[in-house]
Write a protein that binds this ligand. Structure first.
Ligand code: PDD
Length: 301
């Protein structure tokens, strides 16, 4: 396969020719923000919500983006097309750019803008909802988890701990309350009510979470944005995760204990189907036009 292109500071370049200054503030301080937009069959899902969250993240760290940032949607569409990866996570990163390593902001920042594609499997109408196993671990992140910054070391360590335990995701607990997953939001059906942490400073307000909560409300499900405890998770009828890459995935075990009967529940399955239908409608995919493989994709979280 040809080397993929990336978009870096105004130019489309082969991946191996795209280089950053060693003193880029993204490298030195994680001084930057990012987004991941899922493209399905060449079209973005929930583009406006990702753009709005990017603006909030930029504003939160007082970072003025380079001019091309207002063209992220067409740049992403062109990159997906030129890389022949119609199904991909499109990663956007904006940092405060190269400057001598001083903590305070540079007087005249030259922000870095990077866009790259990470291919994923196509939408598969026939595939069952993925089933993931989770561990729980303490949430040791900072107090501004609502912004999508590059500062992901705590998330990385939590995910690695999950993998070391033979699981796919780590559910984070802050003083006994479930905040979110290391790269996903956590939702649970408890006594017939769909519950998840409120969208405050302690979680990233996931775009997928928002879409799924809307779908749940429209199906007449009672939705309450109130933090769950670990006991709630263990007692829950169903637990699932949402994220742009993960989509909607059932949690079937937590710390080695099965969730309910250890299989994806009916509400999770129905919401997954509703989510897939929503993606298909927005991205113009019909079952007939879909590649139609029946092989279940590998679990992603
Ligand atoms: N992660 N919470 C955290 C900590 C996340 O990193 C993510 C997304 C989510 C879900 O957000 P959304 O539904 O908008 O994708 C929740 C991305 C996909 C990532 O870091 O790769």
């Amino acid at each position: 396969m040809d080397e993929p292109l990336v978009f870096l500071n105004g130019r489309f370049l082969p991946r191996s020719q795209a280089t950053l200054d060693i003193e880029d503030r993204g490298v030195m301080f994680a001084d930057g923000v990012y987004e991941v937009v899922h493209f399905y069959a060449g079209r973005p899902f929930a583009m406006a919500a990702h753009q709005a969250r990017l603006q909030r993240s930029l504003q939160a760290i007082a970072l003025t983006p380079p001019a091309e940032a207002c063209r992220l949607a067409p740049i992403s569409a062109e990159l997906v097309q030129r890389n022949r990866t119609p199904d991909a996570g499109v990663y956007w990163q904006i940092t405060r750019g190269p400057a001598p390593r001083q903590h305070a902001f540079p007087a005249r920042p030259r922000p870095t803008l990077l866009v790259m594609t990470q291919p994923v499997g196509p939408l598969d109408f026939a595939a069952p909802v993925s089933a993931l196993r989770c561990i729980t671990t303490e949430d040791v992140r900072w107090q501004h988890c609502c912004y999508k910054t590059l500062m992901l070391l705590a998330n990385v360590l939590a995910k690695e701990k999950a993998h070391q335990a033979g699981c796919e995701e780590a559910i984070l607990l802050r003083q006994g309350r479930v905040t979110e997953g290391s790269s996903t939001n956590v939702l649970a059906l408890v006594q017939g009510t769909l519950r998840t942490h409120p969208a405050d400073q302690w979680i990233l307000e996931g775009v997928t979470r928002g879409v799924v909560l809307d779908l749940a409300r429209r199906r007449g499900l009672r939705v309450v944005e109130q933090a769950l405890t670990l006991d709630d998770l263990h007692a829950a009828e169903e637990v699932f995760l949402t994220g742009s890459t993960t989509e909607l995935a059932a949690v079937t075990a937590i710390d080695g204990r099965p969730v309910a009967d250890g299989r994806p529940g009916p509400v999770t399955t129905a919401l997954y189907q509703a989510f897939i239908d929503c993606v298909a409608a927005e991205c113009g995919i019909t079952p007939a036009s879909a590649p139609g493989t029946s092989a279940a994709p590998a679990p992603r979280a």
